[in-house]
Design a protein around this ligand. Structure first.
Ligand code: CAA
Length: 286
């Protein structure tokens, strides 16, 4: 038994809202933290929109949507995390932002055994533990997008995470959320992104060099390899800013050229063409 009933989620963006939905649908009480009133409203709209979509597909009924939403509090007040058993940080993929949050939340949590986890894809967990003042209770818990659909969660203990913390998280992910975990070590990219990111960046380089159209690169991998979506559509789904940040962290750690974001990715991020979430990336979205 994980003993985790009260959960906090930092960030109500793509991943944070998905993790919130998963936790609240599993019956947990969730506090979601965003940076200001507008972001709080956007996060709440994102979770409700996803639940309404599930309702329209007949996966849950209207009463359940209401019950799930009643279990979630959206706020910009970090102090509301004080009584949480677990906080999952899903802020933007920026090391300084995450270090600041771990420092502050480490001081706010009141339960001795409360776990502070990061959904980072690439930032060293050991650094987040070090600034939190509770390194034994800090680890990585990496969900995949869209979180309500994808089964996998990577569990990443750092050199300072206690075995009890890892086992409580394993139990929470498996027994409470019904997801399937794999274990990874605290190296940028963990298991999945170490394989996925060079593949996605290679597709962007291929497109940039004019080998083929975006649609044909994607069709090649969907029809030729049976992937559910092609690499450029998947990059749009992940978010091009997030993909760039992950590639950069991995490059900083390993100096492997295949991890280095290509110029086209930089330019698209500079232009605000971030993929599905902004309506335009390699493809346009309604
Ligand atoms: N939220 C909730 N449910 C969603 C959803 C979302 N955002 N998007 C899709 N779904 C559900 C749909 O409701 C549908 O469920 P039912 O079949 O039960 O009705 C199911 O997923 C399939 O959806 P669609 O029919 O609309 O579309 P699809 O069949 O094309 O599937 C997809 C969409 C699930 C996204 C699929 O294309 C897919 O699996 N793509 C690959 C996703 C992937 O690789 N994710 C990992 C990204 S890497 C990452 O996240 C880590 C990182 O650090 C970067």
């Amino acid at each position: 038994m994980s003993g985790i009933e009260r959960v906090g989620v930092i960030g109500g963006g793509l991943m944070g809202s998905g993790i919130t939905e998963v936790a609240a649908r599993a019956g947990l009480d969730v506090v979601v933290i965003e940076i200001n009133a507008d972001a709080v409203k956007a996060a709440s709209g994102r979770v409700e929109g996803s639940l309404r979509r599930a309702e329209s597909r007949g996966k849950i009924d209207a009463a359940e949507v209401t019950a799930v939403l009643d279990r979630i509090t959206f706020t910009d007040d970090l102090e509301q995390l004080a009584d949480r058993d677990l906080v999952v940080e899903a802020a933007s993929e920026d090391e300084q932002t995450k270090l600041d949050l771990f420092r502050r939340i480490g001081q706010i949590l009141t339960k001795d055994d409360a776990i502070l986890a990061s959904n980072t894809s690439s930032i060293p967990i050991v650094k987040l533990g070090a600034v939190s003042g509770r390194a034994h209770h800090v680890m990585g818990v990496h969900f995949f997008n869209p979180a309500p659909v994808m089964q996998l969660v990577e569990l990443i203990p750092s050199l300072t995470t206690s075995p009890e913390t890892l086992e409580r998280m394993r139990s929470w992910v498996t027994d409470t959320l019904g997801k399937k975990p794999i274990d990874a070590t605290d190296r940028a990219g963990f298991v999945v992104n170490s394989l996925l990111v060079p593949y996605l960046l290679s597709a962007i380089r291929m497109y940039e060099a004019g080998y083929a159209s975006a649609a044909d690169i994607d069709r090649g991998m969907v029809l030729g390899c049976g992937h559910p979506m092609g690499p450029l559509a998947l990059s749009d789904l992940i978010g091009l800013d997030t993909l760039k940040a992950i590639g950069k962290s991995m490059y900083d750690e390993f100096k492997e050229p295949l991890y280095s974001p290509p110029p086209l990715l930089d330019r698209m991020v500079d232009a605000g063409l971030l993929g599905k979430k902004t309506g335009q990336g390699f493809y346009g979205y309604e």
